[in-house]
Write a protein that binds this ligand. Structure first.
Ligand code: ASP
Length: 357
C-alpha cells in the first residue's frame, strides 16, 4: 500500500490502524517511512528501535565509533521546521542528526518564511523538499504532518516526515523516548510488562500522554492510572483505546494513593497555551496534582519519575537528585532514540546493528 494509491480525503478518513501500512518503508521491513503517530509502532518495532538506540550510544563512546556514525548519513540533509515553541525536541533532533552526520537547516518561525507572504504550507513543504532529504516538523495544527506526508509522497520528490509534535494530538517521538526510558529503567528487574504507570496533570491537552498511553498498550498487562482535576481528565478517545485493547485503567484525583500503586509516575504541565479564554486554567485548583518529597517517600524503591518537560512546579526541585528522578535521563535518551529512528527511516538499521564497532 502506497500513499500514491489513495486520495487525501480517502486517506484522512481511515482509522490510524488502517493508515499505518501506507506509512511504512517501501522495503516492507515494518519500519516507518513517515513517522506521524504512536500507533505506527508495534512491540517488535519498539524493541528494534530501543536496541538500535543502545547500539548507537555504545558505538558513539569511542572516537572511531563516533566518526563511523558521522559518516553513515553524511550524504543526507534534514530540515527542522518548527512553527511552535520548542527547545528540547528541536535540539535533540538536531543532535541526533549530528551524531549520524546528517546536515541540517531550520525554520523556527513562520514569520521568517514565505508563509508570511501568504505562501501555503503545502508550497512551503514542497520548497523544503527541493533542498532536503527529510523534514522533521512541529506544528500547532493537528493533522498537518499527515497532510504534508501525503503531499510529499504524491510529489515528484517524496521524502520522509517525522512529526515532532502536532497540536494537542500526538508526539510520537516523545512517546518513543518515554518508552525507551521505561524499558531501560526496568531492564534489570523484570521489564515493563505487568507494571503500573500513573499519569498526572493536564491529561486532557497533553499530547505526550495520548501517545505514551497508546504505546504502553503494546506491552503486556501495563495498568494505567490517570490522576487529574475533573476539568483536565484524560479524554474519552484515550480511554476508548484502552477499552478496545482490554487494558486495565483507573481514573482518580488522589495522587498519593496512585503513587503507592505506581511503578512509574509521569507528571505533566498544565497546557494553558490551549486555554479558550485567557487565564481559564488558572481558575482550576491544581494544587493536589504536584509531586513533592512526600510523594517520593511513597514511591517504590525501584520506581521511576518521568516528565516530558518543560516543568513548572509539577515536580518539586527537591526531588531532582533522587535516583528515581528520570527526567534528565529522559532527555538524553531522546537524542539516542531519535538517532535510531532517523537511521532506521533511511534504511541503516542493519548496517549499524551488524557493524564491527
Ligand atoms: N514538551 C512536551 C510537548 O511538546 C510537553 C509540554 O510541552 O508540556 O508536548
Amino acid at each position: 500500500m502506497k500513499l500514491t494509491e489513495i486520495g487525501w480525503n480517502e486517506f484522512k478518513a481511515l482509522s490510524l490502524d488502517e493508515k499505518r501500512p501506507y506509512l511504512e518503508r517501501e522495503e516492507k521491513d515494518s519500519l516507518p517511512y513517515h513517522t506521524l503517530f504512536a500507533q505506527q509502532f508495534d512491540r517488535g518495532v519498539l524493541e528494534r528501535l530501543c536496541a538500535l538506540a543502545n547500539r548507537i550510544r555504545f558505538i558513539n563512546k569511542s572516537r572511531e565509533g563516533a566518526l563511523y556514525l558521522k559518516s553513515i548519513l553524511a550524504h543526507k540533509r534534514a530540515m527542522l521546521y518548527f512553527s511552535q515553541p520548542s527547545s528540547r525536541t528541536f535540539l535533540s533532533h538536531l543532535a541526533a542528526c549530528q551524531i549520524l552526520g546528517v546536515t541540517t537547516g531550520s525554520v523556527r518561525d513562520a514569520a521568517t518564511s514565505s508563509e508570511f507572504k501568504g505562501e501555503s504550507k503545502e508550497d512551503s513543504i514542497r520548497t523544503f523538499s527541493s533542498y532536503f532529504d527529510m523534514i522533521i516538523m512541529r506544528s500547532p495544527e493537528q493533522g498537518l504532518a499527515e497532510k504534508m506526508a501525503w503531499e510529499l509522497s504524491n510529489s515528484s520528490r517524496s521524502i520522509p516526515i517525522i512529526n515532532a509534535g502536532s497540536g494537542k494530538d500526538q508526539h510520537p517521538t516523545q512517546a518513543l523516548l518515554d518508552i525507551y526510558t521505561l524499558v531501560r529503567s526496568f531492564e534489570n528487574n523484570g521489564g515493563l510488562d505487568g507494571r503500573t504507570v500513573v499519569f498526572c496533570g493536564d491529561l486532557l491537552r497533553g499530547r505526550t500522554v495520548r501517545s505514551l498511553s497508546y504505546l504502553l498498550t503494546r506491552f503486556k498487562s501495563v495498568k494505567q492510572i490517570f490522576v487529574a482535576p475533573d476539568e483536565l481528565q484524560v479524554p474519552s478517545d484515550v480511554t476508548a483505546t484502552l477499552e478496545e485493547n482490554s487494558v486495565e485503567f483507573e481514573i482518580s484525583s488522589d495522587l498519593k494513593d496512585a503513587v503507592k500503586k505506581a511503578d512509574a509516575v509521569y507528571m505533566t504541565r498544565i497546557q494553558d497555551e490551549w486555554d479558550a479564554s485567557k487565564g481559564a486554567s488558572a481558575r482550576i485548583d491544581t494544587s493536589a496534582f504536584k509531586f513533592n518529597e512526600e510523594h517520593l517517600a511513597l514511591l517504590k524503591k525501584e520506581g521511576c519519575l518521568l516528565h516530558p518537560l518543560p516543568r513548572r512546579d509539577e515536580i518539586s526541585t527537591s526531588c531532582d537528585r533522587d535516583p528515581r528522578a528520570m527526567y534528565w535521563r529522559q532527555m538524553r535518551n531522546g537524542m539516542w532514540i531519535r538517532a535510531a529512528l532517523i537511521a532506521a527511516t533511511f534504511g541503516y538499521e542493519r548496517e549499524i546493528m551488524t557493524c564491527g564497532y
